[in-house]
Design a protein around this ligand. Sequence first.
Ligand code: ADP
Length: 601
Amino acid sequence: MMKKRLLWQIYPSFLLIILISVVGVGWYGSQSIRKFHLNQVAEDLNSSAHLIEKQISVNLTTYNFKEIDDFCKQIAAISSTRITVILPNGEVVADSDEIPSRMKNHADRPEFQNALERGSGNSLRFSETLGKKMMYLAIPIKQDDTVMAVVRTSVPITAIDEALKNIYKKLFWAGLIVAVCAAVISLAISKKISRPVEQMTEVAKHFASGKLDLRLSIPNAAELADLAKALNEMAQQLNARIDTITEERSQIQAILSSMIEGVLAVDSDEHIVSCNKAAAELLGIDADKSHGLSVEEAIRNPQLQQYIKNTIENKQATETECSVLNDGGRFLQLYGSALADDKGNNTGAVLVLHDITRTRQLEEVRRDFVANVSHELKTPVTSIKGFVETLLDGAVNDPQEAQKFLKIIAKHSDRLNAIIEDLLSLSRLEEDSEKRRLSFEKTSLRPALVSAIELSKVKADQKHITVKLLCDKEITGKINAALIEQAVLNLVDNAIKYSLDNSTIQISAKKQENEVLVTVSDKGCGIEKEHLERIFERFYVVDKGRSRKLGGTGLGLSIVKHIAGVHGGYVKVESTVGKGSIFEIHLPSNLSNEENTGKSS
Ligand code: ADP
């Protein structure tokens, strides 16, 4: 319902009071004046009647009614009063305005009856004789306690009414002027009372809409002044509290958004109330848009939805792991805890999310690695054991057979040795890079490349392969020369292994923007496309039989990748089956010691 302004509640009350007062005073005044006037007229009539009584009492005793009638008419001619003399039986014997003989018997007139009974009587009534409203006053004329006659004086009341009308008119105008003045004054007073209240209401509305910097002016009225002060105080305190809350909120927000862990808070109806950047990334949702959405709408993961539901219901802190499908699949570790207010009522739950994808992947890699190592070691060990048992069973007595078996045992031992050597290299590399034991020096690359070529010279010569080197002495890099030498040696070894006799291998090093690029290219058998992505994995070989025959362990390229990694660089391969392969080691030229912990798996 539309509420009325305070002014329009006060002002009509004032108007009503003014109206009642003016009308009341006017009515009472006019009635008093009328009463006073009538009393005055009655007094006059009474005096006249007594005067006339004295004059006519002699004629009455002599029954000279004609004389009395003439006297009445004479008196009436000089005063506006009508005089009537009535005998006790009601017969009119004299009248100033009429011929008495024509007049009716007046015994029934109330003023006449009252005069006889009480000694005086007056009445205000319509005169049938004159056809006017008249005021009558009658007194008895007595002689020795005997009523001789009744003298009645009267005046037309219309004259009194005329006189009163004028007074009423003046009273009305005076009342109207007073009422208008009072109405104007009371409007001003109403405004004076309501204005500060309306101003306070206006400012209070601004407070409610959040503009707490405004202040109320202090009104003169003590109560309103107290109220205004209290409101100003309240606004100031609210402002201060809101500032504190905002500050705390932005601190919490800053902490939440800088956290690596995802934090997700939901209310008891499973609607998202807070979601930090990390949580949004992990769950693949928009942090801003998700606010207020239900968990079912925002996170399309039944396992997670169920976990949130359970956390709210069970009111217990729990931990679980779950996989989410965004970003190619992630594994999350969830810590959930129910939220409660001061009274212990359930208000929702908060979840902390850890991305454990990397840990899971590493666990998987280690598991595969252990399985691969066991498998790779088992094969030569089984063969060695088998041939040794055959020898023990008697083959040792046949020199030719024994020779053959011992050669096989030696070959498998070499393979075992090669695998163990490569494994040791890898683990040394990992350990050294983890413990930051590797040193990097700004040095020319050429010596390391020349040394690698020299170490592979015997194998290259066996296959009449030419190894060319294209590297300026000025090309330098912040490197661990021994590791670079080993990486290039592995690549050249492979190039020799997988190239035909009389072919050529080229090693080059050049400076590029922000990096040094080392390439080893051959014109060997090449690698099919589907294997290219995996050849840097540990123990991955394209052709097991061929690799084993050529003395490969499947670890050479993973060592190369690792060495590039500890330098903060990476490896790349391009290959065409039947045409050859190009292996590239990219080393950053601005490598600093802090970055030398780069890992590769
Ligand atoms: P391996 O000891 O068996 O050579 P690597 O890790 O060095 O193991 O190489 C993995 C696989 O990559 C090899 O089995 C081989 O099939 C392929 N490969 C490596 N280098 C070359 C190359 N230069 N030409 C063709 N294939 C290669």
